[in-house]
Design a binder for this molecule. Structure first.
Ligand code: ATP
Ligand code: MG
Ligand code: FE
Length: 348
């Protein structure tokens, strides 16, 4: 099927067009620079930017794919989770399109989209697959039995998301937003064993209750304390060593828990996606640890890891291909849509 996907859950306005597992177009506008002065996404600014970009991105995607809106078989749109006001822009636009063109509409789960996008690059996802989703707003370990209908959460962050930790630590080191790419770069010339930062939720006691959960706020505080102590002593802060040691603590826990989850559940395929999957150290360490256990690792290219419309089109395409019914036209934008709800308000 030819599916147009719309994404507007956070600060990217994305429109993608796919046919089956083939990516035809991916148009993305980001309001990231407008949020930079605030050190994080400002919801009102994001919503307004979506309003300005949504129609141009739909037009650009159609142009790049050389398709007319009337040729599209179905429309998919992120219904949640995400920022309520931001989601509403995409959902409203998608409903208007579906109504005007008389096409079926699928309100779909953003997190499932992050996983489904891998099919555009590496073909059909094996079933089951384990997915580690790490972005600015999420850190989840998912068991994907069927990407169109059966996703189970094994664990999630109990405080900050991994990307959020990068952004906050960058801020306290005086680096720019978003923090991921700058810390990644600084860490490249730093010593990752210079400082022994805490690995959240890995003690024996914590593992009993939080086997596959994550926690990054204690790590962020530990970095802040360490930096403050240096400054109080009137010493220079070795930014590259702090960045490398912080990064090692994050990716050590992420990869350790993801691989443990694969081993414990006998799953031989791991997908890592979301903005933090762009991290160079995460990609290297995950590959090392996966291959040591005979696990096949799939990581989409960087542009498909961050928020985009192609991931929503990819998920919609899979849902249509598997014969699931569309959403009823009154489905809501659900800022806290659970990962188990792949399609909102399905008509059956
Ligand atoms: P959501 O959480 O809803 O999926 P988002 O916009 O917050 O959406 P993404 O766009 O997927 O998330 O990712 C952005 C996050 O990824 C930011 O926190 C950013 O710092 C982080 N990031 C980007 N590149 C890197 C990198 N090389 N290393 C580590 N983190 C990175
Ligand atoms: Mg983003
Ligand atoms: Fe996302």
């Amino acid at each position: 099927p030819l599916v147009l996907g719309i994404e507007s859950s956070c600060d990217e306005t994305g429109v993608g067009i796919v046919r089956g597992h083939t990516l035809l177009a991916d148009a993305v506008a980001s309001s990231m620079e407008q949020h930079a002065p605030y050190g994080g996404v400002v919801p009102e600014i994001a919503s307004r930017a979506h309003l300005e970009s949504i129609v141009p991105m739909i037009e650009l995607a159609c142009e790049r794919a050389s398709v007319k809106l009337h040729d599209v078989d179905a429309i998919a749109v992120t219904s949640g989770p995400g920022l309520a006001g931001a989601l509403m822009v995409g959902v409203g636009a998608a409903k208007a399109l579906a109504f005007a063109l008389d096409k079926p509409i699928y309100g779909v789960n953003h997190l499932a989209g992050h996983v489904a996008v891998d099919q555009l690059e590496h073909g059909a996802l094996p079933e089951p697959t384990l997915a580690l989703l790490v972005s600015g707003g999420h850190s989840n370990l998912l068991r994907v039995n069927d990407i169109s209908s059966d996703i189970v959460s094994l664990g999630a962050t109990i405080d900050d998301a991994a990307g959020e930790a990068y952004d906050k630590v960058a801020r306290l080191l005086g680096l720019s937003y978003p923090g991921g790419p700058v810390i990644d770069a600084a860490a490249a010339s730093g010593n990752s064993v210079a400082i022994d930062f805490p690995r959240g939720l890995t003690s024996r006691k914590d593992l009993e209750r939080h086997r596959f959960d994550f926690s990054f706020s204690g790590l962020k505080t530990a970095v802040a304390r360490w930096v403050e102590a240096r400054q109080r002593a009137g010493e220079d802060v070795p930014i590259n060593d702090v960045a490398a040691s912080f990064q090692e603590a994050v990716v050590d826990v992420l990869t350790r828990k993801a691989i443990d989850a694969c081993v414990e559940s006998g799953i031989e395929h791991l997908v890592i996606s979301g903005g933090v999957a762009a991290n160079s150290r995460l990609r290297v360490l995950a590959e090392e640890r996966a291959s040591a256990k005979g696990i096949e690792l799939r990581v989409p290219k960087r542009s498909l890891c961050t928020d985009n419309g192609a991931m929503i089109a990819a998920l919609g395409s899979e849902i249509v291909a598997r014969g699931h019914g569309p959403s009823s036209l009154d489905f809501p934008a659900d800022s806290s849509q659970p990962v188990g709800t792949v399609v909102s308000s399905p008509l059956g």
